[in-house]
Design a protein around this ligand. Structure first.
Ligand code: CTP
Ligand code: CA
Length: 227
């Protein structure tokens, strides 16, 4: 049974979850990346399976083992993540974007290793923007009526930034984490507020990422369209 007595409330549903972080290669040995461990996305995958869902996990550069009973698609870059999410989202009832997507990638990829040159300062690295997958699927839902969830890690004016981001992205729910010493990146525990497009705000106390995952599914399940 689900933690709120809802049982297998995702049974017969297909949910797509992105997790981990993207790596944007600069040359064969270097990349631009971030600190996402993948723990939150993997916890979402496990809890969705427990609630009866068929789960596709699009995983970027996480060291975690593939969760049992989950269809895992491993990706490297934001562009690859976009392709994998769009493909899996075509028949999905819900999409949760827990991945930390690099906002920018190097404008050019050097096919050979970039070497130091004697007495010379390095060239600046030119960057270009990556596609915003959450905004894209929210604006143009791969399947009508599907529920779309985003994440945001914020440091200042957490709620105001979160509200603005929810509106800007156009998703149904936005899970806002306050980034701090023992929260979010790399840790097993999390504290968050889940903002809904209809104005609802659900605070989730500090606790395991599984507990936050279950609160997210508690809010996704009633928003799903009739099967
Ligand atoms: N996201 C995405 N594609 C991107 C960047 C972010 O799909 N290119 C998704 C993330 O997976 C997350 C949400 O958007 O669910 C919010 O990510 P965040 O980095 O907080 O938002 P940004 O719009 O990139 O804003 P910021 O400038 O604060 O980084
Ligand atoms: Ca970003």
């Amino acid at each position: 049974r689900g933690p709120q007595g809802l049982g297998r409330d995702l049974s017969g549903r297909h949910v797509v979850i992105s997790a981990g972080g993207t790596r944007e290669p600069l040359d064969p040995v270097r990349f631009l990346g971030n600190r996402s461990s993948g723990k939150q996305g993997y916890a979402l995958a496990r809890t969705a399976v427990a609630r009866g869902a068929r789960v596709t996990l699009v995983a970027g550069n996480s060291e975690l083992p593939d969760p049992a009973g989950v269809d895992v698609v491993h990706i490297g870059t934001a562009v690859q993540l976009r392709e994998a999410v769009l493909k899996a989202a075509a028949d999905a009832d819900a999409v949760v974007m827990a991945a930390a997507v690099a906002d920018f990638r190097p404008a050019a990829y050097a096919t050979g290793k970039i070497k130091k040159k004697d007495g010379q300062e390095p060239e600046p690295v030119a960057l270009v923007r990556n596609p915003d997958i959450l905004a894209e699927i929210s604006a143009d839902r791969p399947r009508p009526g599907q529920v779309i969830v985003g994440f945001a890690a914020e440091t200042d004016d957490v709620l105001a930034n979160g509200r603005a981001k929810l509106t800007r992205k156009g998703c149904d729910l936005l899970v806002v984490n306050e980034v701090g010493d023992h929260k979010a990146f790399g840790s097993a525990a999390n504290e968050a507020v889940i903002l809904a497009a209809d104005g609802a705000e659900t605070p989730v106390p500090y606790g395991p990422k599984e507990a936050l995952s279950d609160r997210i599914w508690d809010l996704v399940a009633p928003r799903l369209t009739a099967p």
